[in-house]
Design a protein around this ligand. Structure first.
Ligand SMILES: O=C[C@H](O)COP(=O)(O)O
Length: 252
């Protein structure tokens, strides 16, 4: 059985003080992690203070990105080894904003997935879909190739631990959520691709999330879909109240 996963991605928002206050505000109000796992991905500048404040709360603290080498002359990059040493357990890889603004390719994303596993970090791999791709004939092969390339040389034991997010970029921050059918279609396609690569035993374990203008009004329909195991929320994760509503949806 797959445990639902509700994640927030703060992107380049909030301050360290606001991040700490957020954790204080949600303390003791999160669901039992056997029912829903909850996670916040934040800037590397915030992570140490967040881990300290989080204490033994079930909230998973994730990075929003990491580099594909553990150390070396890579000015300005974030070491996956250092993240792991700090107590970070998860890392988002290949978010559409990384693909768009930082030219991340499938090859770079694959290297980052391996770097995450090498450092005992669970990768939350994002799969993008632009509106022009959505309307094009090669739409399916685009989603399939992102998943296939991200998982190149990943073992079945590693693959069953990955979390994959279907995040159509036309729905990100736009207020235009994919309909629950569209979201299910994307997440089903991702699970099918993993099944084709590794078989059903692995694909049945992988959590597939939907991301793109999720909020507490539309989460109900989205979370009811067969192949959607949770959400990756941006804007709706910035306020404790709205994050808690998403986090506690399945416990209502
Ligand atoms: O990682 C999160 C996604 O980019 C969704 O962001 P959003 O909920 O603000 O549309």
């Amino acid at each position: 059985m797959r445990i639902p996963f509700v994640a927030g991605n703060w992107k380049m928002n909030l301050s360290v003080a606001e991040a700490v206050k957020f954790l204080q505000d949600i303390k003791g109000k999160l669901p039992d992690p056997k029912i829903t796992e909850t996670c916040i991905a934040a800037s590397p500048l915030f992570l140490e203070s967040m881990i300290k404040e989080n204490g033994d709360s079930p909230l998973i603290i994730s990075a929003e990105n990491c580099f594909y080498e553990d150390e070396g002359a890579y000015t300005g990059e974030t070491s996956p080894k250092a993240l792991s040493e700090m107590g970070v357990t998860h890392v988002i890889i290949g978010h559409s904003e990384r693909r768009k603004y930082f030219n991340e390719t499938d090859d770079i994303i694959n290297k980052k997935v391996h770097a995450a596993f090498r450092n005992h970090l669970t990768p939350i791999i994002c799969c993008d879909e632009t509106m022009s791709r959505r309307e094009s004939a090669d739409r399916i092969s685009w989603v399939v190739s992102q998943v296939t390339n991200a998982l190149k040389s990943v073992t079945p034991t590693q693959a069953e631990k990955v979390i994959v997010a279907y995040e159509p970029s036309w729905a990100i921050g736009s207020g235009k959520t994919a309909s629950s059918d569209e979201a299910e279609e994307g997440c089903y396609l991702i699970r099918q691709t993993i099944s084709d690569l590794y078989g059903d035993d692995v694909s049945d374990q992988v959590r597939v999330l939907y991301g793109g203008s999720v909020n507490d009004d539309n989460a109900d329909d989205i979370l009811a879909q067969t192949d959607i195991d949770g959400v990756l929320a941006g804007g709706a994760s910035l306020k404790p109240d709205s994050f808690l509503k998403l986090a506690n949806f399945l416990q209502k």
